[in-house]
Every structure is written in structure tokens, then in C-alpha cells.
Design a protein around this ligand. Structure first.
Ligand SMILES: [Mn+2]
Length: 326
């Protein structure tokens, strides 16, 4: 775990058709997410909300075609990638509040620019590995991993996203899957991607699941890791305000264990929290449950100064401050 945190809001809905994900970063900030983070890290820097030039409403109003949409998504994510890369270069952990899951194109690219051998844990009900060809919906939030694993054969699409770096397939582990399209199943099987479906987590328990995940990705512990956490990985009971809920998901405690364990056991450099949609809460109660769950997930981040291994570092920092260089 790094002691300094940078946060940004990836305020976009461009990766899917339901307006509202672009409001999640500011909505969550109002619900007190940053107060929690301030307690968890030595320092926190809020990089603010990053908004695309045009969001879904703008593009719908001008009846933009898919090519225009894809270009907007690409440009926006390149910006996110550059911001992410800068934050990581300053030795900070980056926490990005989405937005829909297409924002991981930018944040994960930033992690891979920083370290091409970055490991990835993808918590999600969906595999997000569709290509324009296999995708039933055509929504880009279901495609980010297809770009990183070089599966997209669409020429125009590859041109628009030519800047996206590649991820080694053995560096990816899924947790929480349960709604996977036929084309996606084929890719996962062909590439041999380690996948813990929600039912596997139920069978194995979350501790065993995480132990197996870390044995593959971070056997020595110090690996740079990117956690991309789609809130629909959790059961809709805990996060009703999201765009594509699927029953039979992970428990809130599972989600907390994932975050807490990865923070403690790896060098977690980047963490996306995506697909909260405050416009899809149908009652005040559903909204309360959703924001409460997000807060509980953030509460599971260990306090930086309570980790024994960091006490020495804190001492050094203190000494530095007591005797500043002249
Ligand atoms: Mn997703």
C-alpha cells in the first residue's frame, strides 16, 4: 500500500446508454467518500472531476454516429491515462470514481504506461471483454479488456484506440463473473484467463479465492496491481443504483475483503470504482443503500499508519520534518 493517494472523478456516461454515471463522482463526494479517504492515507490529493468534451446527452442531441462516439471515448480516456500516469509517477495510489467502466481504458492504460507488467484484478458481474463484433449491445463499457488483450479486429476501432497498451493475459484475474456473453466465454477459454465466477467465490470462500489470485499475480507480494472494481460485481442488494445489475453477486463483505487484502498484500497502484448511477436509484432508500455500500468498501482500506510495516517509514518522515534540509 502506498501512503499517498490521488483521487479523480471520471465523470462520463459515454461507455453505455444510461445517463447518470457521469454524476456519480460528485454525488459520492457529497456523501462523504473523501472524508473516509482522508483518514486512510498519509496525504490525499483530489484531482477533481474530469469531464469529456461531450457527454451522452450532447452526442444524443446532435445524433452523433458511433465513429464520433468512439472518437470521444478515445480522446477522453487518453486524457485519463495521462493524468493516471503522472499520479503514479509521483508514487501515489490513484483512486478513480467512475463513470461507467469504459474509464478503465484510460486508468489501466495509465498503470501499464507506468509499469507494463502491472497485474489486474477485475471485479465485475460481466467480463467486459467483448469486441465490437461479439458485443450484443455495442456499448464500450463492455469492451475495455478486449483492447488491452488485443482482441479487437475492427480497423476503425483499432485506429481510434491505437494508443492503448497491451496487457499480458496471465496478468489478469476476474472475480465475481456471472453474466458472460458467448463470445466472451470463448475468449476467456482460449486465452486461459483465471476466472472466479460468483459461484466459485461462494464455493471456495473469498479468502481462498484471494489466496489463489495472489499466488498467481503476486507470489512475492510487491507486484504493482490495478484493481478495477465494478460495483455490479456485488449483489444488487448492496448496490441497487447501477446500470446492469445481475442477481447472485458477491456480498459486501466479499468486496471489503478483496479491497483490504489487495491493499495489504500488493503494491496497489490504481483502483477504479465504477458504474454507480445515482439516477437509477428508484427510491431514496436505494440511493442510501448504494452510497452506504460504497462508503463501507472505502472503510475496508487499511489505515496507512496502522500497518506495522509502515511505522518505520512514518518515523523517517517525522525525522525529516524535524530536521528539514537547509
Ligand atoms: Mn464492468
Amino acid at each position: 500500500m502506498r501512503k499517498d493517494l490521488a483521487t479523480m472523478g471520471a465523470a462520463t456516461d459515454l461507455g453505455q446508454g444510461k445517463a447518470g454515471t457521469e454524476l456519480a463522482p460528485s454525488w459520492l463526494r457529497l456523501k462523504g467518500t473523501h472524508e473516509i479517504l482522508n483518514r486512510k492515507f498519509f496525504s490525499t490529493e483530489d484531482l477533481g472531476d474530469i469531464t469529456p468534451l461531450k457527454n451522452g446527452n450532447d452526442l444524443r442531441a446532435e445524433k452523433a454516429d458511433r465513429a464520433t462516439l468512439h472518437k470521444q471515448i478515445s480522446l477522453y480516456n487518453k486524457r485519463l491515462a495521462d493524468i493516471a500516469k503522472d499520479a503514479l509517477a509521483k508514487n501515489k495510489t490513484l483512486l478513480t470514481f467512475g463513470g461507467d467502466h469504459s474509464i478503465a481504458i484510460g486508468t489501466l492504460a495509465g498503470s501499464l504506461f507506468h509499469n507494463p507488467d502491472t497485474k489486474v484484478v477485475w471485479v465485475d458481474a460481466h467480463a467486459d471483454i467483448n469486441t465490437p463484433k461479439t458485443s450484443p449491445s455495442g456499448n464500450v463499457h463492455g469492451m475495455p479488456l478486449a483492447f488491452f488483450l488485443n482482441l479487437v479486429k475492427d480497423e476503425a476501432m483499432n485506429k481510434a484506440f491505437s494508443w492503448v497498451p497491451h496487457l499480458k493475459k496471465e496478468n489478469l484475474v476476474y472475480i465475481g463473473l456471472r453474466d458472460v456473453d458467448p463470445g466472451e466465454r470463448k475468449f476467456i477459454k482460449e486465452l486461459g484467463i483465471t476466472s472466479f465466477y460468483a459461484e466459485d467465490v461462494l464455493d471456495l470462500g473469498i479468502n481462498k479465492t484471494l489466496e489463489m489470485t495472489l499466488n498467481q499475480l503476486a507470489p512475492k507480494g510487491e507486484a504493482d496491481l490495478h484493481l478495477s472494481f465494478d460495483v455490479d460485481g456485488l449483489d444488487p442488494l448492496y448496490v441497487p443504483a447501477t446500470g446492469t445489475p445481475v442477481p447472485g453477486g458477491l456480498s459486501l463483505l466479499d468486496g471489503q475483503m478483496i479491497i483490504n487484502t489487495l491493499m495489504r498484500e500488493t503494491n496497489l497502484i490504481s483502483f477504479d470504482l465504477v458504474e454507480v448511477n445515482p439516477m437509477l436509484g428508484t427510491t431514496e432508500k436505494e440511493l442510501d443503500i448504494t452510497s452506504h455500500s460504497v462508503s463501507e468498501l472505502l472503510e475496508s482500506i487499511p489505515s496507512w499508519d496502522k500497518l506495522g510495516a509502515n511505522l518505520q517509514e512514518l518515523q523517517l518522515l517525522r525525522n525529516e520534518r524535524l530536521s528539514p534540509e537547509v
